[in-house]
Ligand binder design. Structure first.
Ligand code: PEP
Ligand code: MG
Length: 599
C-alpha cells in the first residue's frame, strides 16, 4: 500500500481571530518541551560507541549553535548572540565531558542517560545557590541539555530561527522568546493552542501583517510537520489537510480580501478626518524598527506606540545609552516631522529578558512590570530617558510611561525626567527641550484617578489590552477564558469615556494605542471616534481600515451612538445598537464590516 497516497481527512478548527488575512502553506511545528530520557543500560562492548555518539552530539550541537548565532547576528546584531555564545562555552566544559564519559563506562548507561544525569547534578547545585542571577542561569543549562539530547536522539530542534522556507508556524504557545529573530518573509501565518487576541503572538502577527489564529485548543497535537494548512486569521479558523474544494473556496476569499486591501490603500495620502471635519491623529504601533516601512506605507502619521522593551529582549546584557540613542534616533528621524511616542521599558508581564534577574513571580502581569520596574531600577530608567531625550533633538518625540496605577509613580518619573534634562544640559548634549510626557491609562485605578493624573502630564493614551485584562480580571493570554476578554464590555466603554472627559477638562489630549481598533474592527472604531479620542494608534496593516471608518462617518452621529452605548448593560446590547446604526445609517460601512471580517 502506498501510504503517501492515502488522503488525510480535512479537519476544521475554531480559534480566536488574532491577525487578519488568509494563508496557505505547510506546518512548521515548533517544539519546546523537555525531552524524557529513559534509564537505558548498555553492554560493555557498546561503551566506545556511546562515547563517540556523545562526542558527535557535542560537535553537532556546537555547529547548530554557531549557525544560529550567525543568523541572529545578521538579523539583529552581535549583541543578541551573547546567550548563544555562553551556551557554546558550556559545551566545551571539560568537567561535564569527563563526568559523562566516565559515567557511560563505569555505570554502563547510554549517552543520553549519562548526560542527563550529569546535568541533573549540575542543576541541583544551581538550586542551592543563593545568588538569584546565577540561579536563573539554570535555564540556560537546561536549554543546552535539551539541544545535546535532541542531537543524541537524532531529533532536530525546531526553533523559529531555523525556519528557512515559507511555512505556517504552529506551536502550543508563541512566546516572545519563540518569535525573537524570526524572519517575516518565511512566516506565512501563526497558529497556537494558547493565547488571546492581545497576547504577544497576536500583537507581533498584526504588526507584521501575518495572519494568525490563537487559542486553537489542542491544535499542535494534531498538526504534523509539512501537513497542509489554511489559516483564516480574519474569521479565526484553521483547516488541516484541506480538500481541493475547500482550497478553491479560500482562494476566492483571499482574492476578495486582497481587492479590499488594495482599495483601502488608495486612502494612504488622505487625512483621517470625519465627514463633518473632525481630524483624528492616526498613528502606528511598532515593536521593532523593521516595521517602520509598513507603518509609513500604510499611511500613518507618526508612531503612537513604540514598544521599546523588544529592543531589550533576546540579549544577554542591557543596551547602553549610545546604543539606545542610535536606535531611537533612527526611528525618530525616519518618522520626522511626524511624532513618535516612545514608551519607556514595559518589561515584565509576559515580556522578559535574560538580564532581568529577579525571582519568578506568581502573577507577573500584576507584578514587577512597566513603571514599577523602571522606578526601582533607576539606573536603567535614567539611561533610557537620556537616550530618548537626546534622540528628541532629531525630531518630534513624546515620552510615555506604562502601567501607572498610582499618582506618586508619575511624579517620581517626572522628577527623574527633570534631572535627566538638567544633566544633559550640564554635559552640553543636544536634547529635546519640549518633549511632551504622557502616561498609558491601562489600569482601573488610573481611570479612577484620571482627573488627578491629567494635571500631572501632557497626554493620555489608553492601553485597552491591559485595561480590559485588569478591569474584567481576564488574563489576556489565557485562551480558556478568552470569551470573557471583551473590549466592548460596558465597563470598558465607560472607562474610555471617563478618561477622555478627564483629559479634555484638564486641556490635555487623549489617544488609544491598545489593539481595540484591530480586534473589534468597525464596531470598536466607531465607538472610539464617538468617545472623542484625539488620536488612535493601530498596527500598520490595520491603519487603512481605521482610516476608512473615520472617513465614512460624522463625528456627530458617532457621538450620539457612543452616548447610547454608555447606557447599555451588556456588550451584546452594544453590538446590537451598533449593528442597527450601520443598517439604518451606513449600510456601505456595514457591507465593509462584513467583507473585512471575511463573513
Ligand atoms: C495595552 O496594554 O493596551 C498596550 C498597548 O500595551 P501592551 O500591549 O504592550 O501591554
Ligand atoms: Mg499594556
Amino acid at each position: 500500500m502506498d501510504l503517501e497516497k492515502i488522503e488525510k481527512p480535512e479537519m476544521i478548527f475554531d480559534g480566536i481571530a488574532a491577525a487578519p488575512g488568509i494563508a496557505f502553506g505547510e506546518a512548521f511545528v515548533i517544539n519546546v518541551e523537555d525531552l524524557s530520557v529513559d534509564d537505558e543500560r548498555i553492554g560493555a562492548g557498546q561503551v566506545a560507541d556511546e562515547v563517540s555518539r556523545f562526542e558527535s552530539a557535542l560537535v553537532a550541537t556546537e555547529k547548530e549553535l554557531k549557525d544560529l548565532a550567525h543568523v541572529l547576528e545578521e538579523e539583529m546584531g552581535k549583541e543578541h548572540t551573547k546567550i548563544l555564545d555562553s551556551h557554546i562555552l558550556m559545551l566545551s566544559d571539560e568537567v561535564m565531558r569527563k563526568e559523562t564519559v566516565d559515567m557511560i563506562s563505569a555505570e554502563q548507561v547510554s549517552a543520553p542517560c549519562a548526560f542527563h544525569r550529569v546535568i541533573e547534578k549540575t542543576l541541583s547545585v544551581f538550586d542551592q545557590i543563593e545568588d538569584q542571577y546565577l540561579k536563573e542561569r539554570s535555564e540556560d543549562v537546561r536549554d543546552v541539555r535539551r539541544r545535546v539530547i535532541r542531537n543524541l536522539l537524532g531529533q532536530k530542534i525546531n526553533g523559529l530561527i531555523n525556519l528557512r522556507k515559507e511555512a505556517i508556524v504552529v506551536g502550543k504557545n508563541l512566546t516572545p522568546s519563540d518569535t525573537m529573530g524570526f524572519k517575516r518573509k518565511y512566516v506565512k501565518a501563526f497558529v497556537s493552542d494558547l493565547g488571546g487576541s492581545t497576547s504577544h503572538a497576536a500583537i507581533v502577527a498584526r504588526s507584521h501583517g501575518i495572519p494568525a489564529v490563537v487559542g486553537v485548543d489542542g491544535f499542535s497535537a494534531h498538526a504534523k510537520p509539512y501537513d497542509k494548512l489554511i489559516v483564516d486569521g480574519t474569521a479565526g479558523q484553521v483547516v488541516l489537510n484541506p480538500s481541493p474544494d475547500t482550497v478553491k473556496l479560500y482562494k476566492v476569499a483571499l482574492s476578495r480580501l486582497k481587492l479590499l486591501e488594495t482599495e483601502l490603500l488608495t486612502l494612504k495620502n488622505y487625512p483621517a478626518v470625519t465627514l463633518d471635519g473632525r481630524k483624528i491623529e492616526l498613528s502606528g504601533n511598532i515593536e521593532m524598527v523593521d516595521e517602520l516601512d509598513d507603518v509609513i506605507s500604510h499611511g500613518a502619521k507618526g508612531i503612537g506606540l513604540f514598544r521599546t522593551e523588544y529592543f531589550f529582549m533576546g540579549r544577554g546584557t542591557l543596551p547602553g545609552e549610545e546604543e539606545q540613542y542610535k536606535f531611537y534616533c533612527n526611528v525618530v528621524s525616519r518618522i520626522a516631522p511626524d511624532p513618535v511616542i516612545v514608551r519607556t521599558l514595559d518589561i515584565g508581564g509576559d515580556k522578559f529578558a535574560n538580564w532581568f534577574d529577579d525571582r519568578p513571580e506568581e502573577n507577573p502581569f500584576m507584578g514587577w512590570r512597566g513603571i514599577r520596574f523602571t522606578l526601582s531600577r533607576k539606573d536603567i530608567f535614567r539611561t533610557q530617558l537620556r537616550a530618548i531625550y537626546r534622540a528628541a533633538a532629531h525630531g518630534q518625540v513624546r515620552i510615555m510611561f506604562p502601567m501607572v496605577s498610582v499618582v506618586d509613580e508619575v511624579r517620581a518619573a517626572l522628577a527623574i525626567c527633570d534631572e535627566v534634562k538638567e544633566d544633559l544640559h550640564r554635559e552640553r548634549y543636544q536634547y529635546g527641550k519640549d518633549v511632551e510626557v504622557g502616561i498609558m491609562i491601562e489600569t482601573p485605578s488610573a481611570v479612577a484617578l484620571a482627573d488627578h493624573l491629567a494635571k500631572e502630564v501632557d497626554f493620555f493614551s489608553i492601553g485597552s489590552n491591559d485595561l480590559v485584562q485588569y478591569t474584567l480580571a481576564v488574563d489576556r493570554g489565557n485562551s480558556r477564558i478568552a470569551y470573557l476578554y471583551d473590549e466592548l464590555h460596558p465597563s470598558i466603554i465607560r472607562m474610555i469615556n471617563d478618561t477622555v472627559q478627564a483629559a479634555h477638562k484638564n486641556n490635555i489630549w487623549a489617544g488609544l494605542c491598545g489593539e481595540m481598533t484591530a480586534s473589534v474592527g468597525v464596531h470598536g472604531t466607531l465607538l472610539l471616534i464617538g468617545a472623542g479620542l484625539d488620536e488612535l494608534s493601530a498596527p500598520a496593516f490595520l491603519i487603512p481600515e481605521v482610516k476608512k471608518i473615520i472617513r465614512s462617518v460624522t463625528y456627530d452621529e458617532t457621538k450620539t451612538l457612543f452616548k447610547k452605548a454608555l447606557k447599555k448593560a451588556t456588550s451584546a446590547e452594544i453590538r446590537i445598537l451598533i449593528d442597527k446604526f450601520l443598517r439604518d445609517k451606513r449600510p456601505d460601512l456595514q457591507e465593509f464590516a462584513i467583507k473585512s471580517r471575511n463573513q
